[in-house]
Design a protein around this ligand. Structure first.
Ligand SMILES: NC(=O)c1ccc[n+]([C@@H]2O[C@H](COP(=O)([O-])OP(=O)(O)OC[C@H]3O[C@@H](n4cnc5c(N)ncnc54)[C@H](OP(=O)(O)O)[C@@H]3O)[C@@H](O)[C@H]2O)c1
Length: 238
């Protein structure tokens, strides 16, 4: 796909990996609808990225709000070409210390939110002949287990299964689906769980560039899954 002038929806655009992906897409000439709950952060990003970035205050766990926004923004004459499901939350606890609210927050955001928006956007994408691309941000722990991560692992294994099923379902409609599984990323994501980020972790700009490469592959070629690890996951010793 040639990204120039393509219409992209990006969830979780306000910070971390999402803001790096927004920047990379805008640099390639895309029009980006960036979704998150924090409008101040989205507006700050718009000040940097310019008018091709459209801030959208939306909680992706709110199915009715997503339906309304998609219906008000897009139509058969204005169909998104790219959907990046990046919004996600994670916190890490022993099973007997995992509160139901914590469990539900991860399921609702990482799984239900992804379903709500993908189902509406895929219905539009199926109406056009030109290629479209949906990229779901999973995790390395959507492929292997980790102690004290049952809730998060459940959701990211779910992202993997969702993506695997979806690529088979949507390939006849010229819609690509990719599940991108990064290892630990140098963002604030792990900070709330007491895990400090460090420079050996993956850098958001490098992951955003890899995502651009996946989007730019020839129309007849699909990278349906990619796992990206830090070469050395341990913090630097000096
Ligand atoms: N960091 C890691 O080590 C790591 C590793 C592998 C995979 N991942 C995955 O990579 C993705 C991005 O993570 P990150 O490290 O960039 O995390 P981050 O810095 O915490 O950013 C998460 C983004 O998701 C948005 N978000 C959360 N809940 C939302 C909701 N209900 N509605 C709309 N937006 C919501 C946040 O925006 P608001 O708060 O403004 O709503 C924010 O923009 C996630 O899917 C995460 O699971 C992260």
């Amino acid at each position: 796909m040639n990204i120039d002038k393509k219409i992209a929806i990006l969830t979780g655009a306000s910070k971390g990996l999402g803001s790096a992906i927004a920047t990379a897409l805008i640099n390639k000439g895309a029009v980006v609808y960036g979704l998150s709950r924090n409008m101040d952060a989205l507006n700050e990003l718009k000040n940097i990225l310019g008018n091709s970035f459209h801030p959208v205050q939306l909680d992706i766990t709110n199915d009715a709000a997503i339906t309304q926004w998609v219906n008000n923004t897009f139509s058969e004459n204005y169909i998104p070409d790219i959907l990046i499901n990046n919004a996600g939350v994670g916190s890490f606890h022993k099973i007997d210390e995992t509160e139901a609210d914590t469990w539900l927050a991860m399921i609702n955001t990482n799984l239900n939110g992804m379903f709500y928006i993908t189902s509406k956007v895929a219905a539009l994408m199926k109406k056009k002949k030109e290629s479209s691309h949906i990229i779901n941000i999973g995790s390395i722990i959507g492929k292997v287990g980790r102690t004290e991560a049952t809730a998060y692992c459940t959701t990211k294994f779910g992202v993997q299964g969702f993506s695997e099923s979806l690529y088979i379902e949507l390939r006849p409609f010229n819609i690509k689906v990719t599940c991108m599984n990064p290892g630990s990323i140098e963002t604030d994501f792990l900070k709330t769980s007491g895990i400090a980020s460090h420079t050996n972790m993956l850098h958001t700009v490098d992951l955003a560039n890899t995502l651009i490469h996946i989007l730019e592959t020839p129309d007849n070629m699909l990278i349906n899954e990619i796992t990206i690890r830090p070469l050395n996951p341990k913090p630097p010793t000096h």
